[in-house]
Write a protein of this length. Sequence first.
Length: 183
Amino acid sequence: MRRLTPLILIVALTVLAGCGSSSGDSTSATETTTSGDGALTRAEFITRADALCAASKAKQAPLRSKVEAAARRAREEEARSGGNVSDDTRAELAEALRGIVAMAEAGLSRVQELGAPEADADQLEAIYQQTESAFQSSRAYGAALEEHEDARAQKLAEAGNAKTRETATLARRYGFRVCGSQP
């Protein structure tokens, strides 16, 4: 059996690096300068989206800390028991992961609500779809952990990490500095 803990930390901290704020931002989608036709320019969109992502990452920090602590515990449990992780630790990891996914999904919705610059709609849709695919992998990964399906969790972690790398590359190519970056 492969060890779970290295992948637990990688998936939880990279797949869900943050996509936007889930609630409570002081800036609304209408409080920004726009191009003459009312639509956000690319630069304005990037600035607004990166601000949402920064706020989301800050809000996700306590859950990321919880994942890090549970991952340390999982490593200790694996070392003591020859590779086994307790149900409680698995459940804690899965719960924190679900929380991060929920925050990130809400944040992605907030970014989408900004309204994509028309010329960039296809490029942004590719980023959004890849991000949503990473969310799906993360949810499935958490479920596999809880169900003791370690081989499946391993494959999901590897797939999720690949999706995350691709999403980050797409985001950087678009011009984002915070969205898609590491927490």
